[in-house]
Design a protein around this ligand. Structure first.
Ligand SMILES: [Zn+2]
Length: 356
């Protein structure tokens, strides 16, 4: 792996987008049940509930991670001692990846995913708690009013991402979500003020805290973040988390909310985090999951998916004028001549491609 690597000249982000995501899945870092469970720092549960600025935490570094791995490799320690050490520091074992010269398990693979941490973490939790206060406690409006309001909005450009109907069950359930997928949640949050904003009393603390979270999201999901905005983002996150605990004393700062505390520094180090989110990967994965169900053929699933995918890409390419035929470079495949099939012919036989 050290001697064979790839570099996409036109898209340098591919190096940092694909590798950290893949490698973070196979490295041997902290587990959720550990005392210090954060992947980025050595903060305890008490620290995470009371500190909201990254400089107040001791970060995981290569040196510290190496020390933890050395302790776990010691022969003079009993397995019980090692297990205890592992639970305290959240390191399970020395990963093979940690032996690489040019890759850091402690910092190189730790880019957080804003889709999971924000759109599927902090945002649904806060919206759910806030709506509970407005709908059940203060009785400012009903869930039906919100649903009707969204139906009246012209959200044609958000077709696949329109929020699902909000139910009383999802609002009162013990979990921390509103049964919306990530992009639905993003749409719901962005347009919520148009639906209920005029009914919220001025200076309402719950509403202000929600707007603060929207400000944080605006910066985190930007494709360009100025250096000056990093400090402002830190202050926003600190204000938001501390006020969140005051407004919702029965709720705790979740792991995903704590992860946001590390995002300003990581944005500075790796660039806008939206360039590293996993939404595009998940969208592509969704296509293959759907295809597997449609085919119902699992004899050689990898081959079947690859073939169907390539056929589909071929169909899409030849149905546009973006690929001039004489400039297309093709491999030595047996049926490579089919590349030159005109889009009309392909249209005619496209049904064949989609049924095997
Ligand atoms: Zn942390």
């Amino acid at each position: 792996m050290e001697t064979h690597f790839f570099f996409v000249e036109q898209s340098p982000l591919c190096q940092q987008t694909i590798l950290p995501v893949l490698l973070s899945e196979v490295s041997s870092r902290s587990s959720a049940s550990a005392f210090r469970y954060c992947r980025h720092c050595l903060g305890s549960e008490d620290d995470i509930q009371s500190k909201f600025v990254e400089s107040q935490f001791t970060l995981r570094t290569d040196e510290r991670h190496s020390y933890h791995c050395d302790v776990l490799d010691r022969q003079d320690l009993s397995s019980a001692d090692k297990q205890h050490f592992s639970l305290v520091y959240g390191v399970n074992r020395r990963a093979l990846l940690h032996t690489l010269s040019y890759f850091s398990v402690a910092s190189g693979a730790l880019i957080p995913d804003i889709m999971h941490d924000v759109l599927e973490g902090a945002l649904p939790l806060e919206v759910k708690l806030m709506l509970k206060v407005f709908v059940i406690d203060k009785k400012l409006f009903s869930l039906t009013f919100i649903d009707d309001g969204f139906k009246k909005l012209n959200l044609r450009s958000f077709d696949g991402d329109k929020p699902s109907t909000l139910s009383g069950v999802s609002l009162t359930s013990c979990d921390s979500n509103l049964h919306q997928h990530a992009m639905q949640m993003w749409t719901l949050a962005r347009f919520l003020s148009l639906v209920i904003g005029h009914l919220i009393p001025e200076d309402d603390k719950h509403w202000e805290n929600f707007l603060c979270l929207l400000d944080i999201i605006d910066i985190l999901f930007s494709h360009s973040v100025a250096d000056d905005a990093i400090g402002y983002l830190e202050a926003l996150i600190s204000d938001h988390h501390s006020t969140f605990l005051e407004l919702y004393p029965d709720t705790q700062i979740t792991m995903k909310m704590h992860s946001i505390v590390h995002m300003p520094r990581l944005t500075k180090e790796y660039g806008p985090l939206i360039n590293h989110w996993t939404t595009r990967f998940e969208a592509k994965h969704k296509y293959f999951k759907h295809l597997a169900n449609v085919m119902g053929n699992f004899t050689n699933i990898c081959f079947s998916l690859a073939l169907r995918h390539q056929m589909h890409q071929c169909y899409l390419s030849l149905n546009t004028d973006s690929l001039p035929g004489e400039e297309v470079e093709i491999g030595p495949g047996k049926n490579s001549s089919c590349i030159y099939t005109t889009s009309v012919e392909l249209n005619r036989c496209s049904s064949i491609y989609f049924i095997f």
